[in-house]
Design a protein around this ligand. Structure first.
Ligand code: GDP
Length: 538
């Protein structure tokens, strides 16, 4: 056995892997556009000293960002499509922040990222509370058992009452809020944060320019009362109310997704960011073993395994290839390892593996459970695929999400039909859109199903530029899909305002329906019909 092979073999029993996994916190931010996700990401990175000044994380507003072919499209539409992972070291921990693309036109990618995290930060705008996209993303977290930490942002601006926001979270999400800190001074006249656990007060002072770390001064209650007077008294009264509401942090219910620790703050002037980081390090779960397709839990210290959660084409103009983002489930990753691709049984070389850190793609040598690695030259891989070392292991597929937009796609030039077919199959395997077919419609004009309409733009753009097959899309008047079975398909297909099609990727039969009212009528007429909602938003 060569020295490296021997060293690798030892990793099978390497206690370091469990310790390294224990230092990881892999999470994403879920929010509605404009709540402050980019600002918060920058603030977290700034506090954790990953980057020297705020502004280098996102590709928004002319700031530097991840370069890709999509940048043209991103720029023209002012949105961020690329999904990267930001890694920061903080207080002995490695924080992996997976970026969720966050525009009204968001796509299935946004959801898939949530299958690769151990925790989510639900970011709310203090003036707006829960908004539509936050609700959808929260549903995904709940269905996947991802625990949620809540951060109420923009407290430096006029907003809602903190108790009212707590009530909204409880009522609309059925999520029990357990505030970790409490704002002193109303939204818009933010003075500081009272730490509910220690009883200490952290007074905030604005820093110039907003890009610097806020000056935070911690003091005891007596001094705080002298300084803040009425605002302090009011916060004390609200805290008393809270103590009657069973609002203390409870680890078990947090991990079960029943309760959520809540923090107040303001990302822009960097108020309360260190508290959020501390809560992440202290309370967010470290990576745990994942269940494989046999239902066996594979411990983090098992030999290397990981699952692809996102595919991306042409991130780098110089390399016209496909990149896979893989989250490590178990074992130690060392660059150069030859892994096995579970779907095909073929070897996969990792010589060019990189880690994506914000705008930089660094070559990495070692990585551990919870870390995200990017595999270039990943033409053979698809979303959900497993790579492993040693005896075979495979993880269950990442569920696809409920599409809400449907369109027929056709090749404009019929002499390019072969390229058209190849392109559509490729985009399907990458999970860019879901492809539906039926005998009635024929294979010349499949139906594309998407979570957000932006996915259709991506299809058009890539079909034309990558596969040289210009396509035409005609939108269909459906907004919902339900899973059905072979017994019910003919009956449902014959109904007006509905149509049954087969999803190519998994052969599931889906009934497309115009709207929820039509669906209700069908459900009432056929109470025994198999009509199962798809995940999230369906
Ligand atoms: P995203 O769409 O969620 O990524 O939101 P951005 O981070 O781009 O923020 C949207 C807007 O809200 C920007 O103008 C930010 O400067 C502003 N913003 C973000 N956080 C705060 C905050 O804590 N206080 C205030 N006053 N503005 C904020």
């Amino acid at each position: 056995m060569s020295a490296t092979a021997e060293a690798r073999n030892e990793t099978h029993h390497d206690p370091d892997v469990a310790a390294e996994a224990g230092r990881r916190r892999t999470f994403a931010v879920i929010s509605h556009p404009d709540a402050g996700k980019s600002t918060l990401t920058e603030a977290l990175a700034l506090h954790a000293s990953a980057i020297s000044s705020a502004g280098a994380v996102h590709g928004k507003g002319g700031r530097s960002g991840v370069t890709s072919d999509w940048m043209d499209m991103e720029r023209s539409r002012g949105i961020s499509i690329t999904s990267a992972a930001l890694r920061v070291d903080y207080d002995g921990c490695v924080l992996n922040l997976l970026d969720t693309p966050g525009h009204a036109d968001f796509s299935e990618d946004t959801y898939r990222v949530l299958s690769a995290v151990d925790c989510a930060i639900m970011l709310l705008d203090s003036a707006k509370g829960l908004e539509s996209q936050t609700l959808k993303l929260f549903d995904v977290c709940r269905s996947r058992g991802v625990p949620v930490i809540t951060f109420v942002n923009k407290w430096d601006r006029p907003g809602r009452e903190p108790l009212e926001l707590m009530d909204e979270i409880e009522q609309r999400l059925g999520l029990h809020p357990t505030p970790m800190n409490w704002p002193v001074g109303i939204a818009g006249d933010f003075r500081g944060l009272l730490n509910r656990e220690s009883g200490n007060y952290t007074r905030m002072q604005r820093s110039s320019g907003g890009a610097e770390r806020a000056v935070e001064e911690t003091m005891d209650a007596q001094r705080a009362a002298e300084l803040e007077q009425e605002a302090w008294t009011q916060a004390q009264e609200e805290m008393e109310l809270l103590s009657g509401l069973d609002a203390d942090f409870d680890e078990e219910s947090f991990l079960a997704g029943v309760s959520s620790p809540v923090l107040f703050g303001a990302a822009l002037p960097n108020f309360g960011i260190s508290q959020l980081l501390d809560v992440l390090v202290r309370l967010a779960p470290a990576p745990r073993g994942h269940r494989d397709t046999t239902g066996t839990e594979r411990p983090v210290s098992a030999p290397f395994s990981g699952q692809v959660f996102k595919m991306q084409a042409n991130m780098d103009r110089a390399h016209r290839d496909r990149t896979a983002f893989l989250r490590i489930s178990s074992g130690r990753f060392e660059r150069g390892m030859v892994l096995t691709h579970a779907t095909t049984g073929r070897p996969f070389a990792t010589k060019y593996t990189q880690a994506v850190f914000g705008n930089e793609r660094n070559t990495i040598e070692t990585a551990y459970p919870g870390d995200v690695i990017t595999l270039v030259n990943a033409q053979a891989l698809s979303v959900g695929d497993t790579l492993y070392e040693g005896p075979k292991v495979e993880f269950p597929p990442i569920p696809s999400f409920a599409p809400e937009h449907f369109a027929v796609v056709r090749a404009v030039d019929s002499s390019r039909y072969k390229q058209f077919q190849r392109g559509i199959a490729q985009l399907d395997s990458e999970g860019v859109v879901q492809v539906l077919t039926s005998d009635v419609r024929g294979s010349q004009a499949p139906v594309l199903a998407a979570v957000g309409p932006l996915q259709f733009d991506v299809v058009k753009h890539r079909m034309e530029n990558e596969f040289r097959a210009t396509v035409e899309l005609s939108h269909l008047d459906y907004t919902l899909a339900r899973r059905t079975d072979e017994t019910w398909a003919p009956t449902l297909h014959a109904l007006s305002g509905a149509e049954v099609m087969q999803r190519r990727s998994d052969s599931e039969l889906l009934m497309l329906v115009h709207n929820k009212w039509r669906l209700r009528v069908i459900e009432r007429e056929y109470p025994d019909a198999v009509l199962e909602p798809l995940l999230a938003g369906g």
